[in-house]
Each structure stands twice: as C-alpha cells, then as structure tokens.
Design a protein around this ligand. Structure first.
Ligand code: ATP
Length: 207
C-alpha cells in the first residue's frame, strides 16, 4: 500500500501551518519527518491518519491501513500488559500477541497493570501495540519519548522488521533513531505563508 500526499496544506486551530507538501511512502520504506518545534509535524501526521481533513490537497491512502501512535500512550491503566495487548489485538482482529511482547522485551512485565509501569515501560507497551494492529503503514509521533538507548534500538529493530515484512513507517522525531535506511523529509521549508484563519476550526476536540 502506497501512501501518497499531494499538494497538501494543513491547518491547526484554523490557521495554515504547512503548505505545498508532496511525498510518497512506498512499502518497505521509512520516512523521518524533521522540523523545529511547532512547525506542524504532529498536525501533518494527524491529517495523514485521517483525524482531520486537509485545507487543500489530498492524502491517498485508506485510513484503515494506518496504525497511528500519537504522543499519548492511550493505555488502559487498570489492565495488565497482556490484557492491554489482547484488547488491542481483538480490536484489530488479530490473535497473536507473543511477537509484540518479545519485540519490546515485555515478558517480565506481562502480568503488571499498565498503570504501574514506568514512563519508558509504558512507551514500550504503547509501541508494542503497533505489532498487534496488523496494519501496514505506521504513523508515529515522537515514538521514542522516555525510551533509554537500548529501548530506542529495540524500537528501531521493530521498525526494521516491519519494513522487511513489506510495511512502511512515517515518523516524526527529533532524535537519531539509528535507522540509516530511512529517508528524511525536512518540513521546515514548507511553512505556510500567513493567511486569514479559517472559520469553524474543528480540532479543539483534540486538545
Ligand atoms: N488548538 C490550536 N490552536 C491554535 N494553534 C495550535 C493549536 N494546536 C497547536 N497549535 C499550533 O500549531 C502549530 C503546529 O503544531 P504541531 O504540534 O503540529 O507542531 P510540531 O512540529 O509537531 O511541534 P513539536 O516538534 O513541538 O512536537 C504550533 O505552532 C502550535 O502552537
């Protein structure tokens, strides 16, 4: 499944933030989004994931092919690690959670309630969820926040395995993931020129 973005202009709070974006992401490829704080990377990922419409242009890719991991982990605090993964596997119609547990070294934590995990352990569990979605296109917003060096490598290995299996990944990050095979797209030059705010901003619900 190819993700294609054409002549995209995106808004936040009704104000255009990035414009004239064009890129494609093919199976087996990773694309790292770079750009300074506040430039619009999160807004771009939300638009690609179908959570908000673009102001102009289009995203060609069925939203049901995308697994989106936002800043927040979205874990169920009162469920165990295993129960969290089973829950998400059920949502996505998948059966096997063992690969997700081993890819993110969660065996020793399998019976712990998610709410009792450390920040980095929660992040590992949040990322392990990607593996139980069965979805080919991963759209990831700052996936390595709270991760130590070994866990960043673990994450990079999981992405690499996903690419080898024909998946793809669009990742906004400020750090070096050690994914030499990834392409890099600096969105900084695509800052939108000032325009009047659009009426009826729709994204306040995401605050
Ligand atoms: N509800 C809102 N109303 C108005 N402006 C907003 C709203 N939410 C975010 N913004 C602004 O939209 C711009 C784009 O934000 P976004 O989160 O997409 O940036 P980012 O590139 O992901 O930043 P970072 O690297 O800090 O995560 C920022 O300047 C931000 O202040």
């Amino acid at each position: 499944m190819i993700l294609s973005v054409q002549d995209l202009t995106i808004t936040r709070g009704g104000i255009p933030v990035l414009e004239g974006l064009n890129f494609a992401l093919e199976p087996g490829r990773a694309l790292v989004l770079r750009g300074p704080n506040g430039v619009g990377k999160t807004t771009l990922l939300r638009t690609v994931a179908g959570l908000q419409p673009p102001l102009e242009g289009r995203v060609d890719c069925p939203p049901e092919t995308i697994a989106y991991a936002a800043h927040s982990d979205g874990l169920k605090a009162m469920l165990s690690v295993t129960e969290n993964l089973r829950f998400w596997a059920d949502v996505f119609g998948q059966k096997d959670i063992s690969a997700a547990i081993s890819a993110f070294d969660l065996e020793a934590l399998a019976d712990r309630m998610a709410g009792t995990l450390s920040a980095g352990q929660k992040r590992r569990l949040g990322l392990a969820r990607l593996l139980v979605t069965g979805r080919p296109i991963w759209v990831l917003d700052e996936p390595t926040v709270s991760l130590d060096t070994a866990s960043v490598q673990m994450f990079a290995e999981a992405v690499r395995a996903h690419l080898k299996g024909g998946g793809s990944a669009l990742i906004a990050t400020h750090i070096d993931l050690g994914l030499e095979e990834a392409d890099v797209f600096d969105v900084g030059p695509f800052r939108a020129k000032p325009r009047a705010a659009q009426a009826g901003a729709f994204d306040e619900g995401f605050l």
